[in-house]
Design a protein around this ligand. Structure first.
Ligand SMILES: Cc1cc2nc3c(=O)[nH]c(=O)nc-3n(C[C@H](O)[C@H](O)[C@H](O)COP(=O)(O)O)c2cc1C
Length: 358
């Protein structure tokens, strides 16, 4: 059930498959006899911060169900190993804890909220805590229909069915951690909960109601821009129109993303849209990519088509679900090694190796 929550996509999961197809279609031609580039030379600076590899952790909501304490564990490792970590507004760790764990490597993702004062307060808190990068996700004005979650009964209010009891019972380590840490809830929203929202599930319902049916317009972005003097990024851009509006509002970065194939099933692969947007918008802002990135080779592919930074949600949270700290550390190490190996095999910068299709 929880694996399906993480792994699944919208509808018949066509967009999920598209993301992989588009990434796999990026071919790289090495140049062995050129100057040669050592894989140790490839740390990246983005928004004034140095990262060990150009790959970060996408925001994932309700991550505490994947593994209790998952976000905080990943955030600590991100801080230690030098990669960006984005906390979801509907995540299960608090803004303060995550910043304490990852420091300047921690970014915060927000959605527009139905009650504007909540978003305003979250932004002001983020500023006080010390966050430097705020990411506004625009691609989820309404919930998607995720068939696996419907089949599995993974919904709020959660009903402990015989099947759910069985699934939890056969995962004793997860269950023991859950018992130790308690049922996760949307920590960012805790200060705004109405008096009658006492249980974690009521808290989650409150947070979900706040972020759904709350569209994001140019006016909203302008309002956020006024409130936030740090780096502002818009995530979920797939069209020139949205990129133009985001830049008109004064953002510094765009994440081309289809939410990992979890929102609009008919959406194109984010790689395909990145190819259409990169040349035009790259000179004006930091262009980033997510949706489908699973390996160090994919990171090199993203750089080849012009991304300055890319992100993955599932690559890190699969590891979290496999057993917490040790598995996450191993995943980051493997991704780093793969990235450096793939980069080293090119013998030239990724952009020069990219086999463009005419
Ligand atoms: C379980 C799950 C929850 C997610 N929750 C959020 C969220 O709260 N906010 C957000 O901006 N994106 C969310 N996303 C989308 C990710 O930030 C990211 O765009 C996506 O995971 C990238 O695709 P990948 O998982 O294939 O790497 C979520 C993704 C998953 C898999």
């Amino acid at each position: 059930m929880i694996f399906d929550y993480l792994d699944g996509g919208a509808g018949a999961e066509m967009c999920l498959a598209e993301n992989r197809r588009a990434l796999d279609s990026i071919k790289l031609v090495p140049r062995f006899l050129s100057d040669g580039i050592l894989p140790t030379e490839n740390s990246t600076e983005v928004f004034g911060e140095n990262y060990s590899i150009p790959l970060g952790v996408s925001p994932v909501g309700l991550a505490g169900f994947i593994w209790p304490g998952a976000e905080l564990t990943i955030a600590k490792l991100a801080g230690e190993l030098g990669i960006p970590f984005i906390l979801s507004m509907v995540g299960t760790a608090s803004m303060e804890e995550v910043f304490g764990a990852a420091g300047a490597r921690a970014w915060l993702q927000v959605y527009p909220t139905r009650d504007e004062t909540i978003l305003t307060d979250v932004i002001q808190r983020a500023k006080r805590i010390g966050y430097k990068v705020l990411v506004v996700t625009i691609d989820s004005p309404v919930s998607a229909q995720r068939q696996r979650d419907i089949r599995n009964g993974f919904r709020n209010p959660f009903v402990l069915s015989p099947r759910a009891i069985w699934e939890f019972a056969v995962r004793p380590r997860w269950l023991a951690e859950m018992a130790r840490k308690g049922v996760p809830q949307c920590a960012v929203f805790e200060p705004y909960l109405p008096r009658n929202a006492r249980t974690p599930f009521e808290c989650i319902a409150f947070a979900e109601a706040q972020v759904k049916n709350a569209a994001c317009t140019l006016e909203d972005l302008k309002r956020i821009r006024k409130l936030w003097s740090g780096i502002l990024v818009v995530k979920g851009v797939l069209s020139e129109n949205d990129a133009e509006i985001a830049l008109a509002a004064g953002v510094e970065g765009l994440v081309v993303s289809n939410h990992g194939g979890r929102q609009l099933e008919a959406a194109p692969a984010s790689v395909d849209m990145f190819l259409q947007l990169a040349d035009r918008f790259g000179p004006h802002c930091t262009m980033m990519l997510d949706s489908g990135i699973r390996s160090g080779l994919d990171v090199v592919r993203a750089l080849a088509i012009g991304a300055q930074l890319c992100f993955s949600g599932r690559a890190f949270y699969y590891a979290a679900g496999a057993g917490g700290y040790k598995k996450i550390r191993l995943a980051i190490q493997l991704l780093t090694e793969e990235y450096k190996r793939s980069f080293g095999q090119l013998g030239c910068p990724p952009k020069e190796a990219w086999l463009r299709k005419s």
